[in-house]
Design a protein around this ligand. Structure first.
Ligand code: HBI
Ligand code: FE
Length: 287
């Protein structure tokens, strides 16, 4: 969550900046290609078909950092979304307003070769490789817009924490149960080589069927692999849960607070895998 951003609203008044594509260096394009190549070693058979189809439809293959203008022209023809450049995290209200208008704000910068695996701020690889392919899917594209509209309303209810958890456990770290088995679609997973494997194959995390209210009152980790992943059965399930639910009584009940810790399993959960939590108990990435 970004209540205050280290940037000002800029000349456009909405935190967007020029991508300035021609200014990327050969090294920056090479870092994209390297990240792309590493992900493609693990994603076939693990990533959702819709994600892999989006990559193909938008030509996000190797060949350097995509140009947002040409990519947006292709994406707009598919689902009406465009990608706009931002310097980094933008304030929540600004972020939601972009989504509500089918604009995805993507970080303009790319990580350095020395920090391939782990970074705090969303860069162009996380935002474009991780998020944009799913925006080529019509149902998911509608879910993202509905989320943006819901986000704008949540600010009036002081319910941002609850809505942020929904984003985290779906858009960023979501799993989907398919006929072919469990797959990853969350941008935080599909843009990370180690988490792509951990989220599906490690015995440490819980895997639980998605339930809107359960997810919205569950705290999450921003510094390491998730201790619980939630799996949807379809993207329609997500869209329906978001647009057909009256959030006002939910927000009254939730009080902008979390009731469950990241590792909790509750009696009413549709439990798919009960995790051992070995990884987290051993100290996670700092072990
Ligand atoms: N800004 N650039 C950027 N990317 C985000 O994912 C983002 C943000 N600002 C706020 C924000 N996310 C949160 O409001 C949501 O994750 C809930
Ligand atoms: Fe993200």
């Amino acid at each position: 969550m970004a209540d205050t951003a280290p940037f000002d609203a800029g000349p456009n008044g909405d935190y967007t900046i020029d991508q300035n594509w021609s200014a990327y260096t050969a090294e920056e394009h090479a870092v994209w290609d390297l990240l792309y190549e590493r992900q493609m070693e693990v994603l076939p058979g693990r990533a959702a078909d819709e994600f892999l189809e989006g990559l193909t439809l938008l030509n996000l293959a190797k060949g350097g950092i995509p140009n947002f203008e040409t990519m947006s022209d292709e994406l707009e023809a598919l689902t009406g979304w465009r990608v706009v450049a931002v310097p980094g995290l933008v304030p929540d209200a600004v972020f939601f307003e972009h989504l509500a208008n089918r604009r995805f704000p993507a970080g303009q910068f790319i990580r350095k070769r020395s920090e391939l695996d782990y970074l705090q701020e969303p860069d162009v690889f996380h935002d474009v490789f991780g998020h944009v392919p799913m925006l080529a899917n019509p149902v998911f594209a509608d879910y993202m817009q509905a989320y943006g509209k819901g986000g704008m309303r949540s600010l009036e209810w002081d319910a941002l924490k609850n809505l942020a958890a929904l984003y985290w456990y779906t858009v960023e770290f979501g799993l989907i149960q398919t006929d072919k088995g469990m797959r990853i679609y969350g941008a935080g997973i599909v843009s990370s080589k180690s988490e792509s494997i951990f989220a599906l194959e490690d015995r440490s995390p819980n895997r639980i069927g998605f339930d809107l209210e359960r997810v919205m009152v569950t705290d999450y980790r921003i510094d390491d692999f998730q201790q619980t992943y939630f799996a949807v059965e379809s993207y329609k399930q997500l869209f329906d849960a978001t647009v057909e639910t009256d959030f006002a009584p939910l927000y009254d009940k939730m009080q902008g607070a979390y009731r469950f810790k990241p590792e909790d399993v509750t009696p009413t959960d549709r439990l798919i895998d009960k995790g051992t939590q070995d990884y987290a108990d051993a100290g996670g990435r700092n072990a």
